[in-house]
Design a protein. Structure first.
Length: 142
């Protein structure tokens, strides 16, 4: 009886252990998936800011996602299968999103730096308005 209990216990532990799902045949490489998801999340944020109606936002998002996938040469079904793989393997999904967050942070820093340089260029190129004294300063001079 002890032996049967021990076998059943081991089998139940084995069946409860986290299994790594098989990788899909046409899985999108991790580097490309990072770039795609970073672009998708950026597009999603821009759409959320511009469009108030959920149905319209969803249509705009789907169109934008199709453009992004086309840009990277990835088919919709390959993207979905890869994303579903990551959903089934949360440890890998966490690693993937760590890289995505880093990628988005770098992009944001580059945009801020570029905006700072552009602002600096426009500020340097401007001529300041000539100084016009107010009336009290004119009276002091007289």
């Amino acid at each position: 009886m002890k032996r049967l209990f021990c076998i059943l216990f081991c089998v139940s532990l084995w069946s409860c252990s986290e299994k790594e799902a098989d990788k899909p045949a046409g899985m999108v490489p991790q580097e490309k998936m990072v770039q795609i998801l970073a672009d998708v999340h950026t597009a999603e944020a821009q759409i959320e800011q511009r469009i108030n109606y959920p149905d319209t936002a969803m249509m705009a998002f789907n169109a934008e996602q199709a453009k992004i996938l086309k840009k990277y040469g990835v088919q919709q079904n390959a993207f979905r299968e890869t994303y579903n793989y990551y959903i089934r393997n949360l440890a890998e999904m966490d690693k993937l999103y760590e890289i995505i967050v880093d990628t988005l942070t770098v992009r944001e820093s580059k945009m801020n730096a570029k905006a700072g340089i552009e602002n600096l260029e426009t500020d340097e190129g401007r001529q300041e308005d000539p100084y016009i004294p107010d009336e009290s300063e004119l009276e002091m001079q007289n």
